[in-house]
Design a protein around this ligand. Structure first.
Ligand code: NAD
Length: 283
């Protein structure tokens, strides 16, 4: 039984996953090393819950109950006693491995340790643990409370018991589970790479600007968001890292080649909506 859920990283994904788990009735601890990120997550969660009340999607009592189940913390030790911990920090294998190592010393022997990575090898993350069979990928999509699909990625080390419990839990959270093999980008992020990559190539070749490409994809292609709007929504740092990982992991297959345009935006801190500027200005 999963009762207490710990989340590492209170950014875009961590805050959304915390909302999903608390809405499903779990006690949730949302942990981040950055106090500002915790404050932002707290404000954003309160706003979202208030909006749900205003739209009459939930009652005020339910809003208060959900909020009362979420605790914010800048101390990893507060994750002790968790039955499931989901990590949603920076998309960097060595950082994730060191966080998982530190985490294993804090949690119980049976705690399931999951990563929300978009592209990294779950086997490599699991290999950092003394008990790798408890490790699994649980990949939510953005925004986590609204997107139904969740990819569940067992590593070669993952036990059947871990996979089964995770599948049951994620379904109880009202999500649809797709089991994916532990390969770079899993299903959706691999399919999505050419969408972003080709749009960036069209821009880099001077064929059209961001707005025109987004407009064409939406009005002619019928997509809800254009590729540049979507990259700004996801975060250019996160999106670039995922492309770079998929490119390297597929032995430099040119189909997945990252773009310098996106790399420079990421380096400049033009991360998209979350920083106020990306391909577009949100000031
Ligand atoms: P984000 O930049 O919005 O948030 C990351 C948070 O992690 C930050 O608040 C940061 O302070 C915190 N953090 C960094 N290092 C930490 C550490 N060592 N310990 C504790 N906290 C730490 O990132 P995000 O967009 O939420 O992405 C997080 C993960 O989820 C990545 O692996 C990403 O690939 C994956 N993901 C992202 C999306 C998306 O659309 N953004 C979708 C699915 C999966």
């Amino acid at each position: 039984m999963i009762e207490k859920v710990g989340i590492i990283g209170s950014g875009t994904m961590g805050a959304g996953i915390a909302q999903v788990a608390a809405t499903a009735g779990h006690q949730v601890v949302l942990y981040d090393t950055n106090q500002d990120a915790l404050t932002r997550a707290e404000q954003s969660l309160q706003n979202i819950l208030d909006r749900l009340v205003a739209k009459r999607r939930i009652q005020r009592e339910e809003r208060d109950a959900i909020w009362s189940r979420i605790t914010m913390s800048d101390q990893m030790v507060s994750l002790s006693g968790s039955d499931l911990v989901i990590e949603a920090i920076v998309e960097d294998l060595s950082v994730k491995q060191s966080v998982f190592r530190e985490l294993e010393a804090i949690v119980g022997k049976k705690t399931i340790l999951a990563s929300n990575t978009s592209s990294l090898s779950i086997a490599s993350i699991a290999a950092a643990l003394n008990r790798p069979k408890r490790c699994i990928g649980i990949h939510f999509f953005n925004p986590a409370p609204l997107m139904k699909l969740v990819e569940v990625i067992p590593a070669v080390q993952t036990s059947n018991k871990t996979q089964q419990l995770v599948e049951e839990t994620i379904k109880q959270w009202g999500k649809v589970v797709a089991i994916a093999k532990d390969t770079p980008g899993f299903i959706v992020n691999r399919v999505a790479r050419p969408f972003y990559g080709e749009a960036l190539r069209i821009y880099d070749e001077g064929i059209a600007n961001f707005a025109t490409i987004d407009w064409a994809v939406k009005s002619i292609g019928g997509f809800r968001m254009g590729p540049f709007e979507l990259m700004d929504f996801i975060g250019n740092d996160v999106n670039y890292k995922v492309t770079e990982t998929v490119f390297k992991s597929f032995y430099y297959d040119p189909r997945y080649k990252p773009s310098f345009t996106q790399k420079r935006l990421s380096e400049a801190g033009y991360l998209g909506r979350k920083s106020g500027k990306g391909y577009y200005d949100y000031g």
